[in-house]
Each structure stands twice: as structure tokens, then as C-alpha cells.
Design a protein. Structure first.
Length: 258
């Protein structure tokens, strides 16, 4: 079914979907300019309706065609959001307007995988906590480990080799959220906080399956998602005395597993 004809789509979905633009061009109503402004295929429509453009949303637009429009209206650019835009063309515009940036903007740039060259030239402006989660900035992090935020670094999929050499600095509670940390987790089960291990991450679910005796089953029952089959197969492990409505809980588990 075409997005245009899909009744499940709301107005915001309709406006932000490139396939709906033909109908939007010919329609005088129902234009959601906030979502249109970040739609990469809506630039011609936006150029003809500058008074309706949401400039904060346009700052997130990844279309190269949005850049001339923004450069012609520099005073309207939302620099906070613009610095999060991962288009290489955007970073060139940022370089031309460094005088408009404050420390909050540099915080956003520190997360941006396309801003590495700019960050290399402005080491004193880097927000190292934000940079620690940037997978494109590993060489900068390695050269400045004393500035690293180890919690953020524990999320970084490119930082596993650094984490392996600094086991005592890892945030083991968040490490299961790192998609590249599977082997590191399996090698160090004694360091994990099993109470908080998320069941919505494939790697964590594998660990739970291999360590049934360490699972807090009541906690798992509160937020079951990928772990639903695990719960269905081990309903007898629940401490029903600690559950407000045990019958409803078991019914929900069995029903969601079908």
C-alpha cells in the first residue's frame, strides 16, 4: 500500500514521507510544515513557501539542496541542531561560521561523526564526554584517555579494544547495550549486574539464556520483550508472592508469547 493511501499514517507521517509529496504539492490543506521542513525531497516546496519553513527542522535536513537555502538565511539557522546534522556539506557551513558557535554547539559537534576534522583542529573546544561515544573519534580518544568518559565509551562500538585493556573502568551496567561487546561480556560474566541486564538486546538475551541462575525473574517479567520466550519456559521461577497480580502477570506472559 502506498503511504499516501495508508489510513494508518497520521498527518505528520504523511508530510514527512517523500512518496506523499506529489499529493501535498496539489493540496492546499494538511501540510505539516514542521515535518516537511526536514524532508529531503521537499526542498522545492519549501523554497516557494519560505514563510512556512520550520528553520529548526530544516537544520536537520540531510539534503544538499537545503544548504543554499540555509546559507541564504544564516540568521535563521538553529545551530544547535545544525551541529548534529551528519551531512558533510553541513560541516563545511559550520566551518564558515565558527564565530556563531558557543560551547553547547561544540558539545553537539563532539558527537557528530562527520565533524572529526573540525574537532582535530579545535581540541580545546571538544566535550570529551560526548566525544567518547563518537565511533569516528577513536584515534582522538586513544590519544586522550585521561579525558575519556568511560560510561559513554562503554557504549561505543569502536572502542571495544580500549575497553578490553581497561576492564576496571568499564561501566558494566551499560556495556550490554554495546552491539560490539558480545565477546567481552561473555568473557566477564562475574562483572555484570544481572539485576539490570536488559532483555531487549540480543547479546544480553544470550547471556541470560546461558546463566538462568543469575536472572532476577520478577524484573524480567516487568519489562519482557525479546525475553518473552525465556519467561514462558521458566514461569515456575517467578516469585509470585512479590507480584501484585500474579495471575494477570502469567496470563500476559503466556498471551504475548503466542
Amino acid at each position: 500500500m502506498s503511504p499516501v493511501d495508508n489510513p494508518a499514517l497520521g498527518e505528520n507521517d504523511y508530510s514527512s514521507n517523500p512518496e506523499a509529496l506529489e499529493q501535498l504539492h496539489s493540496s492546499a490543506t494538511g501540510r505539516d510544515w514542521l515535518f516537511l521542513s526536514r524532508n529531503p525531497t521537499a526542498i522545492p516546496l519549501l523554497k516557494r513557501n519560505l514563510d512556512k519553513v520550520d528553520w529548526a527542522q530544516l537544520a536537520w535536513n540531510k539534503s544538499p539542496e537545503a544548504i543554499p537555502l540555509l546559507k541564504a538565511n544564516v540568521d535563521k539557522i538553529n545551530w544547535f541542531r545544525f551541529c548534529l546534522n551528519r551531512s558533510p556539506v553541513v560541516i563545511e557551513v559550520v566551518k564558515e561560521n565558527l564565530d556563531k558557535l558557543d560551547q553547547d554547539h561544540w558539545h553537539m559537534l563532539s558527537q557528530n561523526t562527520e565533524a572529526i576534522e573540525l574537532l582535530e583542529d579545535n581540541l580545546d573546544k571538544i566535550e570529551w564526554s560526548m566525544l567518547s561515544s563518537n565511533p569516528a573519534a577513536i584515534h582522538l580518544i586513544e590519544a586522550n584517555l585521561d579525558k575519556a568518559d568511560w560510561t559513554e565509551l562503554s557504549f561505543n562500538p569502536r572502542a571495544v579494544h580500549i575497553l578490553k585493556e581497561n576492564l576496571d573502568k568499564i561501566n558494566w551496567q551499560v556495556l550490554p547495550c554495546n552491539p560490539a561487546a558480545t565477546e567481552l561480556l561473555k568473557e566477564n560474566p562475574e562483572r555484570l549486574n544481572w539485576f539490570y541486564l536488559p532483555d531487549d538486546k540480543a547479546v544480553a538475551l544470550d547471556l541470560l539464556k546461558a546463566n538462568l541462575d543469575k536472572i532476577n525473574w520478577n524484573v524480567l517479567a516487568r519489562g519482557h520483550s525479546r525475553g518473552i520466550q525465556l519467561l514462558r519456559d521458566n514461569v515456575d521461577r517467578l516469585d509470585l508472592s512479590q507480584i501484585t497480580d500474579p495471575i494477570a502477570c502469567i496470563r500476559a506472559i503466556l498471551k504475548s508469547g503466542k
